[in-house]
Design a protein around this ligand. Structure first.
Ligand SMILES: Cc1cc2nc3c(=O)[nH]c(=O)nc-3n(C[C@H](O)[C@H](O)[C@H](O)COP(=O)(O)OP(=O)(O)OC[C@H]3O[C@@H](n4cnc5c(N)ncnc54)[C@H](O)[C@@H]3O)c2cc1C
Length: 407
Protein backbone atom coordinates (compact mmCIF):
# COMPACT_ATOMS: atom_id res chain seq x y z
CA UNK A 1 0.00 0.00 0.00
CA UNK A 2 1.41 3.45 -0.86
CA UNK A 3 2.04 5.69 2.07
CA UNK A 4 -0.43 8.52 2.49
CA UNK A 5 0.22 12.20 3.25
CA UNK A 6 -2.60 14.51 4.29
CA UNK A 7 -1.56 18.08 3.47
CA UNK A 8 -3.43 21.15 4.70
CA UNK A 9 -3.14 24.28 2.49
CA UNK A 10 -3.27 24.57 -1.31
CA UNK A 11 -1.15 27.62 -2.12
CA UNK A 12 2.52 26.93 -2.98
CA UNK A 13 4.03 24.61 -0.35
CA UNK A 14 1.07 22.18 -0.23
CA UNK A 15 0.67 21.43 -3.97
CA UNK A 16 4.48 21.42 -4.46
CA UNK A 17 4.78 18.73 -1.79
CA UNK A 18 1.86 16.76 -3.24
CA UNK A 19 3.61 16.79 -6.63
CA UNK A 20 6.89 15.55 -5.23
CA UNK A 21 5.44 12.93 -2.92
CA UNK A 22 3.26 11.53 -5.71
CA UNK A 23 6.33 11.36 -7.97
CA UNK A 24 7.93 9.26 -5.23
CA UNK A 25 5.03 6.83 -4.99
CA UNK A 26 2.91 8.36 -2.23
CA UNK A 27 -0.84 8.90 -2.11
CA UNK A 28 -1.74 12.51 -1.32
CA UNK A 29 -4.81 14.39 -0.08
CA UNK A 30 -4.89 18.20 0.17
CA UNK A 31 -7.48 20.11 2.20
CA UNK A 32 -7.91 23.83 1.58
CA UNK A 33 -10.01 26.19 3.67
CA UNK A 34 -10.96 28.44 0.72
CA UNK A 35 -13.77 27.25 -1.57
CA UNK A 36 -11.40 27.29 -4.57
CA UNK A 37 -7.77 27.92 -5.41
CA UNK A 38 -6.92 31.44 -4.26
CA UNK A 39 -5.84 33.85 -6.95
CA UNK A 40 -5.04 37.05 -5.02
CA UNK A 41 -1.63 38.49 -4.32
CA UNK A 42 1.04 39.71 -6.64
CA UNK A 43 4.45 38.93 -8.03
CA UNK A 44 6.64 36.52 -6.17
CA UNK A 45 10.10 35.49 -7.20
CA UNK A 46 11.65 32.07 -7.48
CA UNK A 47 15.37 32.15 -6.84
CA UNK A 48 18.43 29.98 -6.43
CA UNK A 49 17.85 26.29 -5.88
CA UNK A 50 14.06 26.82 -5.91
CA UNK A 51 14.46 27.27 -9.69
CA UNK A 52 16.26 23.93 -9.75
CA UNK A 53 13.37 22.35 -7.81
CA UNK A 54 10.93 23.52 -10.50
CA UNK A 55 13.34 22.23 -13.16
CA UNK A 56 13.47 18.78 -11.53
CA UNK A 57 9.68 18.80 -11.30
CA UNK A 58 9.52 19.50 -15.04
CA UNK A 59 7.75 22.84 -14.47
CA UNK A 60 10.47 25.45 -15.04
CA UNK A 61 9.62 26.23 -18.68
CA UNK A 62 5.92 26.58 -17.93
CA UNK A 63 6.61 28.85 -14.95
CA UNK A 64 8.96 31.06 -16.98
CA UNK A 65 6.40 31.32 -19.78
CA UNK A 66 3.77 32.43 -17.24
CA UNK A 67 6.03 35.22 -15.93
CA UNK A 68 4.80 38.77 -15.45
CA UNK A 69 7.34 40.31 -17.84
CA UNK A 70 8.47 42.75 -15.15
CA UNK A 71 11.74 44.35 -16.29
CA UNK A 72 12.96 45.75 -12.97
CA UNK A 73 12.27 48.09 -10.06
CA UNK A 74 12.00 51.88 -10.39
CA UNK A 75 11.68 54.23 -7.45
CA UNK A 76 9.61 57.24 -8.47
CA UNK A 77 8.73 60.58 -6.87
CA UNK A 78 5.31 62.17 -6.51
CA UNK A 79 5.37 63.41 -10.11
CA UNK A 80 6.25 59.94 -11.39
CA UNK A 81 9.84 60.91 -12.27
CA UNK A 82 12.37 58.10 -11.85
CA UNK A 83 14.60 58.48 -8.79
CA UNK A 84 16.60 55.28 -9.31
CA UNK A 85 16.22 52.05 -11.23
CA UNK A 86 17.32 48.47 -10.69
CA UNK A 87 16.89 46.23 -13.76
CA UNK A 88 15.73 42.63 -13.39
CA UNK A 89 18.32 40.00 -12.54
CA UNK A 90 19.41 37.65 -15.24
CA UNK A 91 20.62 34.85 -12.98
CA UNK A 92 18.82 32.71 -10.46
CA UNK A 93 19.55 34.82 -7.40
CA UNK A 94 20.13 38.48 -8.21
CA UNK A 95 18.06 41.63 -8.83
CA UNK A 96 15.08 43.06 -6.93
CA UNK A 97 13.02 41.61 -9.77
CA UNK A 98 14.10 38.01 -10.31
CA UNK A 99 14.39 36.41 -13.73
CA UNK A 100 11.54 34.12 -12.70
CA UNK A 101 8.92 36.63 -11.55
CA UNK A 102 5.45 35.12 -11.57
CA UNK A 103 2.11 35.89 -9.94
CA UNK A 104 1.63 33.84 -6.80
CA UNK A 105 -1.76 32.74 -8.15
CA UNK A 106 -0.21 31.62 -11.45
CA UNK A 107 2.43 29.46 -9.79
CA UNK A 108 -0.19 28.00 -7.46
CA UNK A 109 -2.39 27.22 -10.49
CA UNK A 110 0.48 25.50 -12.34
CA UNK A 111 1.24 23.35 -9.29
CA UNK A 112 -2.44 22.53 -8.91
CA UNK A 113 -2.92 21.67 -12.61
CA UNK A 114 -0.01 19.25 -12.39
CA UNK A 115 -1.34 17.52 -9.27
CA UNK A 116 -5.12 17.54 -9.49
CA UNK A 117 -5.30 14.19 -11.35
CA UNK A 118 -3.07 12.47 -8.79
CA UNK A 119 -4.12 14.24 -5.58
CA UNK A 120 -7.46 14.20 -3.82
CA UNK A 121 -8.18 17.94 -3.35
CA UNK A 122 -10.83 18.95 -0.79
CA UNK A 123 -11.75 22.63 -0.98
CA UNK A 124 -13.86 24.45 1.58
CA UNK A 125 -12.56 22.04 4.16
CA UNK A 126 -10.38 22.18 7.28
CA UNK A 127 -8.87 19.86 9.86
CA UNK A 128 -10.80 20.05 13.14
CA UNK A 129 -8.92 17.49 15.20
CA UNK A 130 -5.75 15.40 14.98
CA UNK A 131 -5.14 12.16 16.88
CA UNK A 132 -1.75 10.45 16.82
CA UNK A 133 -1.68 6.63 17.06
CA UNK A 134 2.05 5.95 16.88
CA UNK A 135 2.16 4.46 13.38
CA UNK A 136 -0.43 6.82 11.83
CA UNK A 137 -2.52 9.94 12.45
CA UNK A 138 -6.29 10.35 12.23
CA UNK A 139 -7.51 13.74 11.07
CA UNK A 140 -11.13 14.73 11.62
CA UNK A 141 -12.32 17.31 9.12
CA UNK A 142 -14.90 19.99 9.82
CA UNK A 143 -17.64 17.95 8.15
CA UNK A 144 -16.85 15.01 10.47
CA UNK A 145 -15.05 12.85 7.92
CA UNK A 146 -12.04 11.02 9.31
CA UNK A 147 -8.89 10.59 7.22
CA UNK A 148 -5.99 8.34 8.19
CA UNK A 149 -2.51 9.30 7.09
CA UNK A 150 1.09 8.26 7.66
CA UNK A 151 2.05 11.91 7.87
CA UNK A 152 0.05 15.14 8.22
CA UNK A 153 1.71 18.22 6.73
CA UNK A 154 0.50 21.67 7.78
CA UNK A 155 1.17 24.17 4.96
CA UNK A 156 -1.42 26.78 5.94
CA UNK A 157 0.71 29.91 5.90
CA UNK A 158 1.84 32.27 8.67
CA UNK A 159 -1.39 32.33 10.67
CA UNK A 160 -2.05 28.59 10.45
CA UNK A 161 -4.85 27.31 12.64
CA UNK A 162 -4.10 23.58 12.52
CA UNK A 163 -0.57 24.31 13.77
CA UNK A 164 -2.19 25.45 17.02
CA UNK A 165 -3.89 22.05 17.48
CA UNK A 166 -0.48 20.42 17.77
CA UNK A 167 1.98 23.10 18.85
CA UNK A 168 -0.33 25.23 20.98
CA UNK A 169 -0.57 28.97 20.48
CA UNK A 170 2.48 30.14 18.53
CA UNK A 171 3.51 33.74 19.24
CA UNK A 172 4.38 35.47 15.97
CA UNK A 173 6.97 38.25 15.71
CA UNK A 174 4.89 41.08 14.30
CA UNK A 175 7.10 43.39 12.22
CA UNK A 176 4.75 46.36 12.52
CA UNK A 177 3.78 46.67 8.88
CA UNK A 178 0.61 45.87 6.99
CA UNK A 179 0.48 45.21 3.28
CA UNK A 180 -2.52 45.26 0.96
CA UNK A 181 -2.06 43.59 -2.43
CA UNK A 182 -4.73 44.55 -4.97
CA UNK A 183 -5.59 43.76 -8.55
CA UNK A 184 -6.72 46.93 -10.36
CA UNK A 185 -7.52 47.93 -13.96
CA UNK A 186 -4.48 48.56 -16.14
CA UNK A 187 -4.11 52.05 -17.65
CA UNK A 188 -2.24 53.18 -20.76
CA UNK A 189 0.78 54.53 -18.85
CA UNK A 190 1.30 51.33 -16.83
CA UNK A 191 4.54 49.86 -18.13
CA UNK A 192 6.58 46.74 -17.44
CA UNK A 193 8.44 48.27 -14.49
CA UNK A 194 7.66 47.72 -10.84
CA UNK A 195 7.18 51.34 -9.71
CA UNK A 196 7.72 52.07 -6.03
CA UNK A 197 6.68 55.40 -4.55
CA UNK A 198 7.67 56.32 -1.01
CA UNK A 199 5.25 58.72 0.67
CA UNK A 200 6.10 60.25 4.03
CA UNK A 201 4.25 58.89 7.07
CA UNK A 202 5.90 55.45 6.74
CA UNK A 203 3.82 54.61 3.69
CA UNK A 204 4.77 53.24 0.31
CA UNK A 205 2.79 52.50 -2.79
CA UNK A 206 3.64 50.15 -5.64
CA UNK A 207 2.37 49.29 -9.10
CA UNK A 208 3.53 46.15 -10.89
CA UNK A 209 2.73 44.62 -14.26
CA UNK A 210 1.04 41.26 -14.54
CA UNK A 211 0.41 38.94 -17.48
CA UNK A 212 -3.39 39.08 -17.16
CA UNK A 213 -4.07 42.55 -18.57
CA UNK A 214 -4.44 44.06 -15.08
CA UNK A 215 -2.05 45.83 -12.72
CA UNK A 216 -1.02 44.73 -9.25
CA UNK A 217 -1.02 47.48 -6.64
CA UNK A 218 0.57 47.45 -3.23
CA UNK A 219 -0.07 49.66 -0.20
CA UNK A 220 2.39 49.33 2.71
CA UNK A 221 2.17 51.09 6.06
CA UNK A 222 4.36 50.85 9.14
CA UNK A 223 2.20 51.15 12.24
CA UNK A 224 2.06 50.25 15.92
CA UNK A 225 -1.56 49.17 15.57
CA UNK A 226 -1.95 45.39 15.73
CA UNK A 227 -4.67 42.97 14.62
CA UNK A 228 -5.71 44.74 11.39
CA UNK A 229 -5.52 41.43 9.52
CA UNK A 230 -8.39 40.11 11.65
CA UNK A 231 -10.80 42.89 10.63
CA UNK A 232 -13.35 42.27 7.93
CA UNK A 233 -12.75 43.58 4.44
CA UNK A 234 -14.98 46.64 4.78
CA UNK A 235 -13.05 47.85 7.84
CA UNK A 236 -9.70 47.18 6.15
CA UNK A 237 -10.82 49.22 3.13
CA UNK A 238 -11.88 52.09 5.41
CA UNK A 239 -8.47 52.04 7.10
CA UNK A 240 -6.65 51.97 3.76
CA UNK A 241 -8.68 54.95 2.50
CA UNK A 242 -7.99 56.92 5.66
CA UNK A 243 -4.30 56.05 5.82
CA UNK A 244 -3.47 56.73 2.19
CA UNK A 245 -5.87 59.61 1.40
CA UNK A 246 -3.09 62.22 1.02
CA UNK A 247 -0.26 59.92 -0.08
CA UNK A 248 0.06 61.36 -3.59
CA UNK A 249 1.35 59.95 -6.90
CA UNK A 250 -1.16 57.36 -8.26
CA UNK A 251 -2.62 56.44 -4.88
CA UNK A 252 -6.02 58.02 -5.64
CA UNK A 253 -6.47 55.62 -8.54
CA UNK A 254 -5.78 52.65 -6.29
CA UNK A 255 -8.16 53.88 -3.59
CA UNK A 256 -10.86 54.47 -6.21
CA UNK A 257 -10.58 50.81 -7.28
CA UNK A 258 -10.69 49.44 -3.73
CA UNK A 259 -14.35 48.45 -3.63
CA UNK A 260 -14.08 45.98 -6.50
CA UNK A 261 -10.42 44.98 -6.34
CA UNK A 262 -9.46 41.43 -5.34
CA UNK A 263 -7.39 42.02 -2.20
CA UNK A 264 -4.92 40.11 -0.07
CA UNK A 265 -4.36 41.97 3.21
CA UNK A 266 -1.87 40.88 5.82
CA UNK A 267 0.11 42.19 8.74
CA UNK A 268 3.70 41.13 8.31
CA UNK A 269 4.91 38.64 10.89
CA UNK A 270 7.55 35.99 11.27
CA UNK A 271 6.99 32.53 12.73
CA UNK A 272 10.00 31.32 14.71
CA UNK A 273 9.48 27.82 16.04
CA UNK A 274 12.13 25.78 17.79
CA UNK A 275 10.94 22.63 15.99
CA UNK A 276 8.75 21.90 13.00
CA UNK A 277 7.36 18.48 13.77
CA UNK A 278 5.47 16.81 16.54
CA UNK A 279 5.32 13.07 15.98
CA UNK A 280 3.92 12.54 12.50
CA UNK A 281 2.60 16.08 12.11
CA UNK A 282 5.04 18.41 10.37
CA UNK A 283 4.99 22.08 9.37
CA UNK A 284 6.02 23.30 5.92
CA UNK A 285 6.33 26.71 4.24
CA UNK A 286 5.19 29.92 5.95
CA UNK A 287 3.39 27.88 8.65
CA UNK A 288 6.80 26.66 9.80
CA UNK A 289 9.06 29.62 9.16
CA UNK A 290 7.35 32.65 7.67
CA UNK A 291 10.07 35.22 7.00
CA UNK A 292 7.87 38.05 5.71
CA UNK A 293 7.33 39.31 2.15
CA UNK A 294 10.95 39.96 1.34
CA UNK A 295 11.30 37.75 -1.69
CA UNK A 296 12.15 34.46 0.01
CA UNK A 297 8.82 32.86 1.06
CA UNK A 298 8.04 31.03 -2.17
CA UNK A 299 11.59 29.83 -2.75
CA UNK A 300 11.71 28.52 0.81
CA UNK A 301 8.39 26.74 0.32
CA UNK A 302 9.56 25.02 -2.89
CA UNK A 303 12.91 23.94 -1.49
CA UNK A 304 11.24 22.84 1.77
CA UNK A 305 8.74 20.70 -0.16
CA UNK A 306 11.57 19.12 -2.15
CA UNK A 307 13.62 18.31 0.96
CA UNK A 308 10.63 17.03 2.95
CA UNK A 309 9.52 14.74 0.10
CA UNK A 310 13.08 13.50 -0.42
CA UNK A 311 13.62 12.73 3.26
CA UNK A 312 10.21 11.08 3.76
CA UNK A 313 10.58 8.93 0.65
CA UNK A 314 13.97 7.79 1.89
CA UNK A 315 12.47 6.58 5.20
CA UNK A 316 12.06 3.02 3.84
CA UNK A 317 9.75 0.69 5.69
CA UNK A 318 8.09 3.63 7.39
CA UNK A 319 9.01 2.59 10.93
CA UNK A 320 8.14 5.38 13.34
CA UNK A 321 11.81 5.91 14.19
CA UNK A 322 12.69 6.24 10.51
CA UNK A 323 9.97 8.82 9.96
CA UNK A 324 11.20 10.75 12.98
CA UNK A 325 14.76 10.64 11.63
CA UNK A 326 13.57 11.85 8.20
CA UNK A 327 11.72 14.78 9.77
CA UNK A 328 14.78 15.65 11.85
CA UNK A 329 16.97 15.68 8.72
CA UNK A 330 14.44 17.89 6.92
CA UNK A 331 14.71 20.37 9.74
CA UNK A 332 18.50 20.17 9.90
CA UNK A 333 18.80 20.88 6.16
CA UNK A 334 16.30 23.75 6.11
CA UNK A 335 17.35 25.62 9.30
CA UNK A 336 20.32 27.56 7.87
CA UNK A 337 18.25 28.72 4.91
CA UNK A 338 15.37 29.79 7.16
CA UNK A 339 17.70 31.57 9.63
CA UNK A 340 19.20 33.50 6.72
CA UNK A 341 15.79 34.43 5.30
CA UNK A 342 14.46 35.57 8.68
CA UNK A 343 17.42 37.85 9.28
CA UNK A 344 15.51 40.97 8.27
CA UNK A 345 16.48 44.04 10.23
CA UNK A 346 13.63 46.34 11.40
CA UNK A 347 15.89 49.27 10.42
CA UNK A 348 15.83 48.06 6.79
CA UNK A 349 12.01 48.02 6.82
CA UNK A 350 11.97 51.55 8.27
CA UNK A 351 14.49 52.71 5.66
CA UNK A 352 12.18 51.52 2.90
CA UNK A 353 9.22 53.38 4.45
CA UNK A 354 10.55 56.65 5.97
CA UNK A 355 8.36 58.54 8.39
CA UNK A 356 9.33 62.14 7.57
CA UNK A 357 9.81 64.14 4.39
CA UNK A 358 13.47 64.54 5.41
CA UNK A 359 13.82 60.77 5.74
CA UNK A 360 12.32 60.38 2.30
CA UNK A 361 14.83 62.84 0.85
CA UNK A 362 17.68 60.86 2.43
CA UNK A 363 16.25 57.63 1.01
CA UNK A 364 16.07 59.08 -2.50
CA UNK A 365 19.63 60.42 -2.32
CA UNK A 366 20.86 57.00 -1.15
CA UNK A 367 18.96 55.21 -3.92
CA UNK A 368 20.33 57.57 -6.59
CA UNK A 369 23.86 56.90 -5.36
CA UNK A 370 23.33 53.14 -5.07
CA UNK A 371 21.67 52.49 -8.42
CA UNK A 372 24.76 52.61 -10.69
CA UNK A 373 26.81 50.50 -8.27
CA UNK A 374 24.05 47.95 -7.66
CA UNK A 375 23.31 47.66 -11.37
CA UNK A 376 26.94 46.73 -11.92
CA UNK A 377 26.90 44.28 -9.05
CA UNK A 378 23.60 42.93 -10.30
CA UNK A 379 21.78 42.85 -7.00
CA UNK A 380 20.01 45.25 -4.70
CA UNK A 381 21.30 43.95 -1.39
CA UNK A 382 24.34 42.05 -0.21
CA UNK A 383 22.07 39.34 1.24
CA UNK A 384 22.40 37.14 -1.83
CA UNK A 385 26.12 36.76 -1.24
CA UNK A 386 25.43 35.40 2.24
CA UNK A 387 22.99 32.72 1.08
CA UNK A 388 23.54 29.34 2.72
CA UNK A 389 24.65 26.53 0.42
CA UNK A 390 21.22 24.85 0.14
CA UNK A 391 20.10 27.98 -1.71
CA UNK A 392 22.53 27.22 -4.49
CA UNK A 393 23.02 23.47 -4.22
CA UNK A 394 20.15 21.05 -3.67
CA UNK A 395 20.63 17.75 -1.91
CA UNK A 396 20.15 14.69 -4.12
CA UNK A 397 17.76 11.96 -3.09
CA UNK A 398 17.87 8.40 -4.41
CA UNK A 399 14.20 8.18 -5.46
CA UNK A 400 13.96 9.91 -8.86
CA UNK A 401 11.31 12.53 -9.48
CA UNK A 402 8.91 11.62 -12.26
CA UNK A 403 7.27 14.64 -13.89
CA UNK A 404 3.50 14.44 -13.46
CA UNK A 405 1.46 15.32 -16.55
CA UNK A 406 -1.25 17.99 -16.14
CA UNK A 407 -4.81 16.73 -15.86
C1 LIG B 1 -3.95 34.67 -1.23
C2 LIG B 1 -2.47 34.86 -0.95
C3 LIG B 1 -1.80 35.94 -1.55
C4 LIG B 1 -0.45 36.13 -1.31
N1 LIG B 1 0.19 37.18 -1.91
C5 LIG B 1 1.50 37.39 -1.71
C6 LIG B 1 2.20 38.46 -2.34
O1 LIG B 1 1.63 39.23 -3.09
N2 LIG B 1 3.52 38.61 -2.09
C7 LIG B 1 4.21 37.76 -1.27
O2 LIG B 1 5.41 37.92 -1.06
N3 LIG B 1 3.59 36.72 -0.65
C8 LIG B 1 2.26 36.52 -0.84
N4 LIG B 1 1.61 35.47 -0.22
C9 LIG B 1 2.41 34.58 0.67
C10 LIG B 1 3.21 33.59 -0.16
O3 LIG B 1 2.34 32.79 -0.95
C11 LIG B 1 4.03 32.71 0.77
O4 LIG B 1 4.94 33.53 1.50
C12 LIG B 1 4.88 31.63 0.11
O5 LIG B 1 4.55 31.35 -1.21
C13 LIG B 1 4.81 30.31 0.92
O6 LIG B 1 3.53 29.78 0.72
P1 LIG B 1 2.78 28.72 1.65
O7 LIG B 1 2.14 27.77 0.72
O8 LIG B 1 3.68 28.22 2.70
O9 LIG B 1 1.68 29.61 2.43
P2 LIG B 1 0.50 30.55 1.85
O10 LIG B 1 0.82 31.06 0.49
O11 LIG B 1 0.22 31.56 2.91
O12 LIG B 1 -0.73 29.56 1.71
C14 LIG B 1 -1.42 28.95 2.76
C15 LIG B 1 -2.67 28.25 2.21
O13 LIG B 1 -3.31 27.56 3.27
C16 LIG B 1 -4.69 27.88 3.28
N5 LIG B 1 -5.18 27.75 4.66
C17 LIG B 1 -5.05 28.64 5.68
N6 LIG B 1 -5.60 28.15 6.79
C18 LIG B 1 -6.09 26.93 6.48
C19 LIG B 1 -6.77 25.93 7.23
N7 LIG B 1 -7.05 26.07 8.54
N8 LIG B 1 -7.13 24.77 6.59
C20 LIG B 1 -6.86 24.59 5.26
N9 LIG B 1 -6.23 25.52 4.51
C21 LIG B 1 -5.83 26.67 5.12
C22 LIG B 1 -4.76 29.28 2.72
O14 LIG B 1 -6.04 29.59 2.22
C23 LIG B 1 -3.70 29.23 1.63
O15 LIG B 1 -4.22 28.70 0.43
C24 LIG B 1 0.26 35.25 -0.43
C25 LIG B 1 -0.42 34.18 0.16
C26 LIG B 1 -1.78 33.99 -0.09
C27 LIG B 1 -2.50 32.82 0.58
Amino acid sequence: MPRHALISGASIAGPALAHQLHARGWRTTVVERAPRLRDEGQNIDVRGSAREVLRRMGLETEALAAGTGEVGLRFVDGAGAVVAEFPAGTGGTDGATAEMEILRGELSRILYEHTRASTDYRFDQQIRELTEHGDHVTATLHDGEQIEADVVVVAEGTRSRTRGLVFGEVGLDELGMFVAHLTIPRTADDDQWWRWYGASGSRSVGLRPDNRGTTRAMLNHLTDVRGLETLDRADQVTILRRTFADAGWQTRRILDALDDAPMYFDAIAQARLTRWNHGRVVLLGDAAWSAGPFGTGTSLALVGAYVLAGELAGADGDATAKTAAALARYEERMRPYVDWAQDVRPSAIRAMNPRSAAGLAVQRTALRAAAPIMSKLGRITGRASRMPSIMTELPHYPAPLRPVAPA
